[in-house]
Ligand binder design. Structure first.
Ligand code: ATP
Ligand code: MG
Length: 276
């Protein structure tokens, strides 16, 4: 893992000096205005079952040692995003099963333990949506129905506690790439942000190498985290995806998930190499 981190840092440094690392600026149309937005407490609440949470590696539900890695990631994400005035974060990976959904949920929960932050987690893996399974909820409709104009956000959104909204999918979308890059979906997303006024929106995306779904959507976010599975994602694929991601948005960092540490007390968790 140290070798991987060192190689990534070196590649990043080379790119940074070659390109001058310009910031990718999103076209923002959302103005927060003076009021605090729609009433989050009016949404139905779901409770995450502790048994399911433990099975699905949701360890950031309450604080404590198990939440520490996510709390550390949270602090870094907040600091970097606040510095730049960013509100939208995409989480993606080169291939499948790197841990995007697991990390998205844990990061959202960790952020939402800061009661002054309003957090929204949106499942935008429209081919193999899994957020609903990870948290054990069966939505009647999908966020892709909202993005294509056939459903209302308030009929689908649920909350966890008072300051975390989850927007999930009941199943796959029919034309995910076309939908994700449509102007209509972009406007509906802006509308959701304008009405609900989250401080941070996290988008759980699909893998980059499996489709072009993310390419059309990523210009709608401020920044992204790239999740790699330490023992299965190749350095070449991390490098290809990090370069592509950097063309589309600002790369907050690379999360190395599924790391086996030599110290057993640390367990089979994740480490990350974030830069900014
Ligand atoms: N740190 C970890 N250690 C071990 N297993 C993990 C870790 N993080 C996630 N997993 C497991 O790996 C599997 C894939 O995780 P997850 O669904 O979060 O990945 P994903 O990148 O969202 O996958 P997909 O590409 O299918 O959307 C799950 O069974 C999850 O519990
Ligand atoms: Mg996933």
């Amino acid at each position: 893992m140290e070798k991987l981190e060192a190689a990534l840092a070196k590649a990043r440094e080379m790119r940074r000096s070659a390109l001058g690392s310009p910031e990718v600026v999103r076209d923002k149309v959302v103005s927060k205005g003076g009021n605090s937005g729609a009433d989050w407490m009016a949404l139905p609440e779901i409770k995450l079952s502790p048994a399911l949470a433990s099975r699905n590696r949701i360890t950031a539900l309450s604080g404590g040692a198990d939440a520490t890695p996510y709390d550390m990631l949270r602090s870094r994400v907040i600091r970097m995003m606040k510095d730049k005035g960013w509100s939208r974060l995409a989480i993606t990976s080169p291939g499948s099963s790197c841990g995007k959904t697991t990390i998205s949920v844990n990061l959202a929960l960790s952020l939402s333990r800061q009661k002054d932050l309003k957090v929204m987690l949106v499942d935008l893996d429209l081919r193999r949506p899994a957020l609903h399974k990870t948290v054990g909820h069966e939505p009647a409709m999908s966020i892709h129905d909202v993005l294509d104009g056939t459903a209302a956000f308030e009929n689908l959104a649920v909350r966890v506690g008072g300051n975390l909204i989850l927007a999930m999918n009941a199943g796959a979308a029919r034309h995910p790439a076309e939908l994700l890059q449509s102007a209509a979906a972009r406007e509906r997303l802006d509308e959701i942000e304008r009405v609900w006024q989250p401080d941070i929106m996290i988008f759980d995306m699909s893998p980059m190498l499996a489709s072009d779904d993310n390419v059309g959507f990523l210009p709608n976010v401020d920044c992204a985290l790239l999740v790699a599975a330490a023992e299965s994602t190749t350095l070449a694929n991390i490098d290809i995806c990090e370069k592509e991601l950097a063309q589309l948005t600002n790369v907050l960092g690379i999360v190395l998930n599924k790391c086996r540490y030599s110290d057993d007390s640390v367990g089979y968790g994740y480490g990350y190499a974030a830069y900014g």
